[in-house]
Each structure stands twice: as C-alpha cells, then as structure tokens.
Design a binder for this molecule. Structure first.
Ligand code: MN
Length: 249
C-alpha cells in the first residue's frame, strides 16, 4: 500500500449523530476511514443509503447486546442481511448488572451470529464485551473455528488473561479515549502485540457534543499510545495504518 498513513476510526455510530447524513459526508471529506456500526438490523437499509458511493465509510450490520432483550426477534432480519455485509457490529455480550437478566438470550443470539459468520467467512466483526469479556473470548474461540473472519474487540475492559487469550486467537483491539488511564492501557499493552492495535472514537457516546470532538479523541489515543510505546506520533499513525491494512487484508 502506497497511500499516506492516516487516522481511522474503527468503531462509531454515525447513524446516532444529530445529523447522520452530514456525519457520513464529513468522514468522507476528511478521508477518515470509518467503521460505522449499527445497533439494530432495521437501521441497515438507511445506513447503506448514507454510505453509498463513499470510499471511506463502511457500515456494520449489528444487533447491540443491550438491545437484545427487547429485540431478540430481529435475529431473523439480521441473518437475512448478513450476505450483504462485510462488516458486522455492533454485536457481543453485555454482562453489566442492568443487562444480566438477558445474558442467556444474549449468549444464544451471539453464538448464532458467530456460527453464521464462521460459515460464511470473510467478515470483520466489531465486538462489545463490557462486563462479559471472558464469555465473549470463550465464544469467539469456540465458534470462529474456520479462521475466515477477523475480530476487533471494541472498548475491551476484561482481565489480562482474557486479553492474552484473545490476542493469541488473533483478535484486534480498538482503543478509545476512555481507555487511556495508565493502568488499564498498560496492562492491555503488556499482552496485546502492537500489530493488533487500532483506534476508535465510539462517537457520539464519549462526549456530549454530538461527535464533534472525534479528531481530538483519536489524536488523544495516538498521543498516549506514543508515550506508552515509545514511538513518535508519526510512528503510531503508521503502525495503526498498517494494522488497519492487515485487518482488511
Ligand atoms: Mn458502540
């Protein structure tokens, strides 16, 4: 690849911005490669329209674990759209107290999704694992057996041993501006090889500004990674750019 290295955003929700259409347009005009995930398969069609013809914005087909309790019946729709999708997300498990009651249903749905992705192959998954990291890593290891899909763990906050298992399996990790406190990040960097690091904004959720501070947030991640890894800013941008290329392979 001869393109100059640039920042990318491996997990955000452009369809939840106040003005989604202009959010898609803005990413394109900034040449900021973006994976915009969805939280329900009902959003797919409209998101595909917003993304049509764009080079820098890709849409993920999702069913967010926090919505599964109410929307488990949308799995059928998700399945029927899967052949159209190269990117999948936001999917995963959420085991935090408020979502515990639906954890069994979440597991059933997530397992089904992983099985279908594994069968089809060629998918890139952005996976949520808040409060359920070890369960998520277990399922990824046991269900994605063919090796035909790649996984990005979004906002990973699990234990070092879960991170190590995930890294050994080949997972990537997308780092956002809320993960930068030194102990969280340095523990992760101890076990995750640098060639698996990516960056994300999770906009518009990290700030109350409707997603305006995206570049600031991405730059903040780059800055902290450069301190922790002992690389220049340009070195981190190049690293993340190369990793992104590897992910898309
Ligand atoms: Mn998200």
């Amino acid at each position: 690849m001869n393109e100059p290295p640039r920042l990318s955003d491996l997990h955000c929700h452009l369809d939840l911005f106040a003005n989604p259409e202009s959010a898609f347009e803005e990413r394109e005009s900034m040449s900021l490669w973006t994976l915009s995930v969805t939280t329900t398969p009902r959003a797919w069609e409209q998101n595909q329209k917003w993304a049509a013809g764009r080079e820098f914005v890709q849409v993920g087909l999702g069913l967010h674990p926090e919505l599964v309790a109410e929307r488990a019946d949308e799995i059928g729709r998700w399945e029927s759209l899967l052949p159209e999708a190269r990117f999948v997300g936001e999917i995963g498990l959420d085991g935090r107290a408020r979502n515990r009651p639906s954890l069994q249903v979440q597991k059933r749905i997530f397992t089904r999704m992983l099985d279908l992705c594994d069968e089809t192959g060629g998918k890139i998954l952005s996976v949520h694992s808040a409060g359920a990291a070890s369960e998520v890593v277990d399922l990824i290891q046991s269900r994605l057996r063919s090796g035909g899909c790649r996984v990005v763990l979004h906002w990973f906050s699990g234990s070092s041993s879960s991170a190590r298992l995930a890294a050994e399996f080949g997972c990537f990790f997308s780092i956002n501006a809320r993960m930068l406190d030194s102990t969280t990040l340095s523990r992760l960097l101890e076990v995750v090889p640098t060639e698996r690091l990516l960056i994300e904004s999770d906009a518009p959720f990290l700030r109350g500004d409707g997603g305006k501070g995206v570049l600031d947030d991405l730059e903040k991640v780059v800055r902290v990674l450069s301190q922790q890894l002992g690389l220049s800013r340009a070195g981190v941008v190049q690293l993340v750019h190369d990793n992104h290329g590897r992910l898309l392979g």
